[in-house]
Design a protein around this ligand. Structure first.
Ligand code: BG6
Ligand code: MG
Length: 225
């Protein structure tokens, strides 16, 4: 795919959190898997991948739909189920330390900072600030999109548009970093340059792909653009 921007145009980075900065995507999956088992919904790799980047309530709807159970619960019951999943998830993230930062991320954030790039967070997670705090990365993210203010979740571009706005940058001046297909679609729809981290077959729509976070450096991005 032709990259949208040249390297010299880029002034800021808008980051996803879960699965990019830290491997909380595993904790999200474990907690949803537990709930799916309880609801009698078969857990598959396709369902697991499809849930990445999706908001809490939309994730629950996706799971119920996968089991043809979308009409089996009242709104109140759905909120209780999502709360139960979140309680399990929060239990796990409370045990996190800076050792849970994915390889290469801290040096990359330092590299961005020392080269004057602006940084914001575009995570669908309402637990984002807590996770950053546990990782001791709060200082790197002065601007965080509040997912409670969004009218639509990923793959809608809204969260990445806001991530650029918080930095006072145009979308074309930003690179978005994602591990989820829905997130890459959101970045592309926002007209930002997309980096997909992980399986290139799942993230085939990304402008740039890195299999591992450790591969992401300014030099590697410059080469790719
Ligand atoms: C995204 C995760 O970052 O946040 C999803 O990829 C998760 O798995 C979503 O469902 C919402 O997170 P939370 O913490 O608000 O339930
Ligand atoms: Mg993610």
């Amino acid at each position: 795919m032709m990259a949208k921007a040249k390297f010299d145009q880029i002034k800021g980075f808008v980051f996803d959190l879960d699965g990019v900065i830290t491997d909380t995507s595993v904790y999200h999956s474990i907690a949803w898997h537990q709930l799916a088992d309880k609801l009698g919904v078969t857990w598959t790799k396709t369902l697991e991948d499809g849930l990445k980047g999706i908001s809490r309530m939309d994730s629950l709807e996706m799971i119920l739909k996968a089991g043809n159970k979308e009409n089996d619960y009242t709104q109140e019951e759905k909120v209780a189920l999502a709360t139960e999943k979140n309680d399990n998830y929060v239990n796990e993230i409370m045990k996190m330390t800076p050792a849970n930062i994915l390889p290469g991320i801290k040096p990359f954030l330092d590299e961005l900072r020392s080269n004057g790039y602006l940084i914001s967070l575009a995570s669908a997670s309402k637990n984002g600030p807590t996770v950053l705090d546990k990782l001791a990365l709060t200082d790197y993210f002065p601007e965080i999109v509040d997912p409670a203010t969004l009218s639509k979740g990923k793959p809608d571009p809204e969260i990445y548009v806001k991530g650029a706005e918080l930095l006072n940058l145009k979308p074309e001046e930003c690179i978005g970093v994602e591990d989820a297909a829905a997130g890459v679609q959101a970045i592309n729809a926002a007209n930002e340059t997309s980096i997909g981290i992980g399986d290139p077959t799942i993230l085939s729509e990304a402008d740039i792909n890195f299999k591992e976070t450790a591969e992401m450096t300014l030099d590697a991005i410059k080469q790719a653009l």
